[in-house]
Design a protein around this ligand. Structure first.
Ligand code: ACO
Length: 440
């Protein structure tokens, strides 16, 4: 749909200062709220709009992911997340996000072949790992290594060529699990395990994490399936902070791997993808403290205390995050299956459920529509898989890499794309004369 086709009506804006009236186009999306096109506002009235945090601003248009935060709806290319989690695989979902439709058999076979033949890293890239301290956070390693891919794939890539962009997408999706698993192996002082292309996507990741040269890891199909579903749930989430970072960085036509590294950096923060790690730290702190849960609820409500209930609240969901519902179920299934024998994991889940129960009856959380988000239960599943705490956000990045690259590709293909360049409401000093050093 072009901007012209989406225009259904206009909105009249009256400037009460001058009495001048202008008409702004009203754009109608396939789903979601009508959107006022303010691009000509400055030209017509000489005003900027002010919207820190993009509370009411659509930064682009997109056909990839739709979410309705009030109803708790999430759809990739029109398919509800619940159906994809139940019936699809992560790789099939990658195809869907990149190409717009579910693949037919031959398309899927070709796609799988393309991904599997990009899973290796250039041997030279291995040396980058040894430049990091052993105790580096794996997210720091991942930002560095993905950015370094730009040095390997640059001059021969034309970002204006759709096929080259698709190659970059295949490379990224294929190499992210290898980069992620090797970040962990490096920290542990263990040898890097090469990808095994006879395994499927999630099995291969577990293999690279846990095999040793002397003992092949026997991949548990239940764990591999749970991981695959978690990757599907994290695959895209429209214009979130990291995706918007990718779009902004990419709008300057920079190298795609450097652009994607900026998305990983943004994801790392505890207000975004870093929350899954923060949730486990919080639940552990609660369990270790011996204090009642109400103490932590009170702290979360206290504006003078920086403590927040991690894994609660979302900028867009003002209802239960549909991903959290699915993850909560997998979490129970995994613990009930007897896969995780560590009683600490059961205790974490018990505390999480108790916390959710208390928070959902508390007026502070109810009145602000604060529900558990995707990160609230995912960490417990990762722990049950034997994945260490500092790898949680790395796994989020593995899943989200397809969303980033699909959104970057969509932006690059859109002839209306301009370099992202927000304006500002300047509140600093007005022009003043330079003061000589002696006179200050
Ligand atoms: N604990 C306690 N209070 C909270 C929480 C929380 N987790 N989240 C929001 N609030 C309160 C705020 O203090 C604010 O209260 P006020 O209206 O009295 O000032 C109100 O709820 C609205 O919150 P905002 O911070 O304005 O909402 P925003 O949309 O800017 O923030 C965010 C969303 C960052 C996710 C926030 O809810 C948060 O920090 N949650 C904890 C971190 C987290 O779980 N992040 C993961 C997000 S999901 C993802 O990225 C995958």
């Amino acid at each position: 749909m072009s901007k012209k086709d989406a225009t259904t009506n206009t909105v009249t804006i009256t400037d009460n200062r001058t009495g001048k009236q202008i008409e702004l186009d009203l754009l109608k999306p396939t789903c979601g709220p009508m959107t006022i096109d303010v691009t000509s506002l400055y030209k017509q009235l000489g005003y900027f709009t002010y919207d820190p945090g993009f509370m009411s601003t659509a930064s682009c248009w997109s056909k990839i992911t739709y979410l309705d935060g009030d109803k708790g709806v999430l759809e990739y290319r029109g398919y509800p997340i619940e159906q994809l989690a139940e019936k699809s695989t992560f790789l099939e979902t990658c195809y869907l996000l990149l190409h717009g439709d579910l693949p037919k058999k031959d398309e899927m076979e070709k796609f799988e072949y393309d991904i599997k033949h990009h899973t290796m890293l250039h041997e030279q890239l291995l040396r980058f790992y040894s430049g990091f301290r052993r105790d580096s956070h794996p997210m720091a390693i991942m930002v560095g290594v993905v950015a370094a891919l730009s040095a390997f794939y640059h001059d021969d890539e034309d970002i204006h060529d759709p096929q080259d962009r698709m190659n970059a997408a295949h490379r990224l999706i294929a190499k992210m699990p290898t980069i992620a698993a090797w970040s962990y192996r490096y920290a542990m002082g263990m040898p890097f395990i090469y990808p095994d292309n006879s395994l499927d996507f999630s099995e291969n990741f577990l293999h690279m994490m846990f095999s040793t040269p002397c003992e092949k890891y026997k991949v548990d199909p239940l764990l591999a399936k749970a991981l695959d579903i978690i990757l599907i749930l994290h695959a895209d989430h429209e214009q979130n902070a990291s995706t918007s970072t990718v779009r902004l960085a990419g709008s300057s036509q920079a190298n795609p791997f450097a652009v994607l590294a900026s998305g990983i950096a943004s994801l790392w923060g505890p207000a975004h993808g870093g929350a899954n790690e923060a949730v486990i730290r919080m639940l552990t702190e609660i369990n270790d403290s011996g204090k009642p849960l109400s103490d932590f609820i009170d702290r979360a409500k206290d504006k003078k205390d920086r403590f927040r209930l991690m894994g609660f609240g979302h900028r867009v969901y003002k209802n239960y995050d549909p991903r959290a519902k699915i993850i909560r179920k997998i979490c129970h299934q995994m613990l009930e299956s007897g896969q995780c024998t560590d009683p600490k994991h059961q205790k974490l889940l018990d505390t999480a459920m108790e916390l959710e129960k208390i928070a959902r009856e508390d007026d502070y959380f109810v009145s602000r529509n604060l529900y558990p988000n995707v990160d609230f239960y995912s960490g417990i599943i990762f722990l049950g898989m034997g994945i260490p705490l500092n790898m949680f956000t790395v796994l989020f990045a593995v899943g989200r890499s397809v969303g980033w690259v699909a959104q970057w590709n969509e932006m690059m293909a859109d002839p209306q794309t301009k370099i992202g360049r927000p304006r500002q409401l300047f509140t600093g000093e007005a022009t003043r004369e330079y003061q000589e050093f002696e006179e200050r």
